[in-house]
Design a protein around this ligand. Sequence first.
Ligand code: TUI
Length: 311
Amino acid sequence: MRTEITELLGIRYPILQGGMAWVGTWELVSAVSEAGGLGIIGSGGAPAEWVRDQIQQVKAHTKKPFGVNLMLMNPDADKIAKIIAEEKVEVVTTGAGNPEKYMDLWKKAGVKVIPVVASVALARRMEREGADAVIAEGTESGGHIGETTTMVLVPQVVDAVSIPVIAAGGIADGRGFAASMILGAKGVQMGTVFVASKESIVHDAYKKKVVKAKDIDTKVTGRSTGHPVRSLRNQQTKEYLRLEAQGASLEELEKLTLGGLRRAVVDGDVLHGSVMAGQIAGLVKEEKSCREIIETVYYDAEKLLKGSRYE
Ligand code: TUI
């Protein structure tokens, strides 16, 4: 299946791995890219030099294209943006903000720019600013989220822009991939299913929690602060939601989640850490290799799409 996304990115399958903080490290990124998808380093809140090191590690492990996600709230965002240009990374995706100010720098360096958007308005603006594609991410996703569901967001973004649209949020199998193509997307981005992949360096306790999760096991914290985040429910989300309902201060709330993702991913503290995952965690039943994930999603979708004009 060749789409505008496989052509744009020079990859075999139009499948991107979400650039997840602490999870999108060189091990996962090079495995996804080697399997024919697009692996993406997750910069999250990491220091600039860590990102440079990860880029070099991926280059040492695969000759295939890969990307870097710049989380725009990162205090080192300006430095990381420059490193992405200097290292001539093929693709940058951005999250949790508007990347306009870096657009010229990246375009001049030949870096393809694919912002994550959670609204039609931002998608239109990104197209105007020269984005090569957009990722329309629904509220089903894990981590920092927007309000609109993937089913509702994707076709509206597809109608609003002429650049290719990649669907994200709630996709983990061939059905989700096929549905996304029918909605007009030219590719998909998946996160949660790659968290539980064999190559991800995520702590085993975290992977087990994703695999055990049911459909209703995620919670959204931080709606009151303007930074809603979806995670698997645990002691931390329970306490956060209790404090939030009581009108606790931002300071008090932040104390609870500070360093929470690291605690969960690295230390395996899935009780008091932030176990970010999307609503599709309930569909992830086992740990598979990145190659198995990508090929199963792709070939299952191909069967479903046979006979349709998306074939
Ligand atoms: O960025 C993400 N997901 C993330 S970032 C992250 S790190 C973090 N950790 C703790 C607290 C907060 C963040 C964990 N997960 N996804 C991409 C995404 N971007 N989702 C939604 C958006 C978004 C939302 C509003 C993008 C732009 C936007 O508006 C920008 C504007 O200025 O209009």
